[in-house]
Design a binder for this molecule. Structure first.
Ligand SMILES: Cc1cc2nc3c(=O)[nH]c(=O)nc-3n(C[C@H](O)[C@H](O)[C@H](O)COP(=O)(O)OP(=O)(O)OC[C@H]3O[C@@H](n4cnc5c(N)ncnc54)[C@H](O)[C@@H]3O)c2cc1C
Length: 491
């Protein structure tokens, strides 16, 4: 039962974090309105259909479902009645140019056993590595993910003090690749663990080994598949928000955050101005300053950090079934270091890219016509610095088809019955992400966690920020934690 407090809150953006923040604010008794520029909810977590094929347009790997469940629980509902998902095992199929295929399984023991059977590293070495990533998780989870890093009082808690005392153990002084190359003899395992840097759009050759924690989250905590695909998350959260009384205004971009005497007073849209006591921006923070409050002094050091990578995604309707593929498939570049150097230094696309193919019709057959598959074929690319993306798309299509054909020993070209494509320009225009970067600031330096924007404005009262471009960072679980940290700051 919600106790009304007669205060109002505007949430700018219906991304997963915006939805989380709206549900949490409504539960605090605020009258909440979500303004969304698009005609549809979800931001990056959205869906499209074409020629009988349905696609999740953005995220495909779902971890830490408890943060979705929590939104139902605080709303007095049983999550299992509204949001269902299954645990994946195996999670990934990894394909290499030397013809080998490896599978990743859930849980330390099974993962280590299976990987040891297919590589030159021992089960003991793999287990030891996974234990180290677990230690990183235990030391960093409370410190970096669950609290604001921008409130002094949060540094005087036991988990933070323990984290600081054990700083040497969290890998802050090595790179991911440095730590992984020391841990494994087999270059395939190094690649498998290095790839987790791409979960926040960074290079394993630059980002701190602390990010090896992501492997722990996926392998040990588990990866899941929501009923109805990833859009099932958006669908469930919009229904929940509506059910508890959150109002949505779609196709209504906010044009300005109204501020008087350093205090938020409301928002302006094409329909006029509306007064609000609190404003939470789920719009990328770089563009929140640039477009919605150009007269407010911007925190340049934070906002001008290098941005993450982006992606070129082909949404292919394939009129054939490939039994050798699973839900999540990775086809690795031969020279991973050169690929990341091309993306982050040369700001170009790589001729032999690592390709991620996600096929939800393996789990939800209705996502493709009978006998067909919906391929989400993704490569990492630089963010938008004005490159010739039309040329890059044509080049990427050829590179990707060539690589898939080589590894699967087939010719997929005649089976591509339908195509949609996203590039950084589209990601930018569809979600307002600065430079089309998928994950906000990159984590290509060891201070990155401290250089994300806070969840509140230091200068403007009652103005807050949530989502992948602010603390604690990108991905569905972190965006939901961002919503929690933000709304917990609002007493
Ligand atoms: C291709 C791709 C693959 C990914 N893979 C994964 C994955 O496997 N697992 C995972 O966990 N994460 C993944 N991510 C990252 C994850 O999708 C994001 O971190 C997360 O969805 C970002 O959510 P958000 O709340 O920050 O907002 P966004 O999704 O960025 O949404 C922001 C919303 O705000 C709206 N908006 C912006 N400006 C305004 C305005 N002025 N007025 C009104 N509305 C406005 C936009 O239209 C948009 O709907 C992936 C992302 C992409 C693009």
């Amino acid at each position: 039962m919600i106790t009304e407090n007669n205060k109002t809150c505007a949430v700018i953006g219906c991304g997963v974090s915006g939805m989380g923040a709206a549900i949490r604010m409504r539960n605090k008794g605020y009258k909440v309105t979500v303004f969304e520029a698009n005609a549809f909810p979800g931001g990056k977590l959205s869906t499209e259909s074409k020629d009988g094929y349905r696609f999740d347009m953005g995220p495909s790997v779902f971890t830490m479902p408890q943060y979705v469940n929590e939104l139902f629980e605080i709303s007095g509902k049983n999550p299992a009645e509204h949001f269902r998902y299954t645990q994946l095992d195996p999670v990934y199929k990894y394909f290499f140019e030397d013809g080998t295929t490896l599978e990743s399984y859930h849980g330390k023991e099974k993962f280590a056993e299976q990987m040891a059977a297919g590589t030159n590293d021992s089960k003991e070495d793999i287990l030891q590595y996974l234990n180290r990533t677990e230690t990183i998780y235990n030391l960093t989870n409370e410190v970096f993910l669950k609290n604001s890093l921008h409130r002094l009082k949060n540094f005087f808690t036991w988990p933070v003090v323990r984290g600081i005392l054990n700083f040497g153990k969290i890998g802050a002084f090595d790179t991911m690749n440095g730590a992984n190359s020391k841990a494994f003899k087999d270059s395939r395992l190094v690649k498998i663990f290095n790839r987790y840097s791409t979960y926040n759009g960074s290079s394993p050759y630059l980002s701190p080994a602390t990010l090896n924690v992501i492997a722990h989250v996926e392998i040990v905590k588990g990866a899941y598949y929501p009923e109805g695909g990833m859009f099932g998350i958006t669908d469930a959260l919009v229904k929940l928000a509506r059910d508890i009384g959150v109002q949505f205004k779609f196709s209504t971009p906010v044009k300005e955050i109204l501020i008087e005497n350093k205090k938020v007073t409301g928002v302006r849209t094409d329909n006029g101005t509306e007064a609000f006591d609190v404003v939470i921006s789920n719009m990328d923070v770089y563009n929140s300053y640039k477009k919605l409050m150009p007269n407010v002094k911007r925190p340049a050091k934070t906002l001008d950090q290098a941005k993450s990578s982006s992606g070129i995604i082909f949404y292919w309707g394939i009129n054939k079934e490939f039994k050798e593929l699973g839900l999540h498939n990775i086809l690795y570049a031969e020279n991973y270091e050169e690929e990341f150097d091309t993306i982050f230094s040369k700001k170009a696309i790589y001729h032999d890219p690592t390709i991620y193919v996600n096929i939800t019709s393996k789990h939800t057959p209705t996502d493709a016509p009978p006998g067909c598959e919906n391929w989400f074929a993704f490569i990492n690319v630089p963010n938008n610095q004005g490159q010739d993306w039309d040329a890059f798309i044509n080049e990427a299509r050829e590179n990707m088809i060539r690589k898939v054909n080589r590894i699967l020993k087939t010719d997929i070209r005649p089976f591509i019955a339908s195509e949609m494509v996203f590039d950084p320009r589209i990601i930018e225009s569809r979600t307002s992400s600065a430079f089309g970067a998928i994950y906000g600031n990159s984590s290509n330096n060891k201070f990155a966690a401290f250089l994300r924007h806070a969840n509140f404005s230091k200068d403007i009262k009652n103005l807050y920020f949530c989502g992948g471009s602010v603390h604690p960072g990108p991905s569905i679980p972190l965006c939901l934690l961002s919503a929690k940290i933000t709304t917990d700051l609002i007493r």
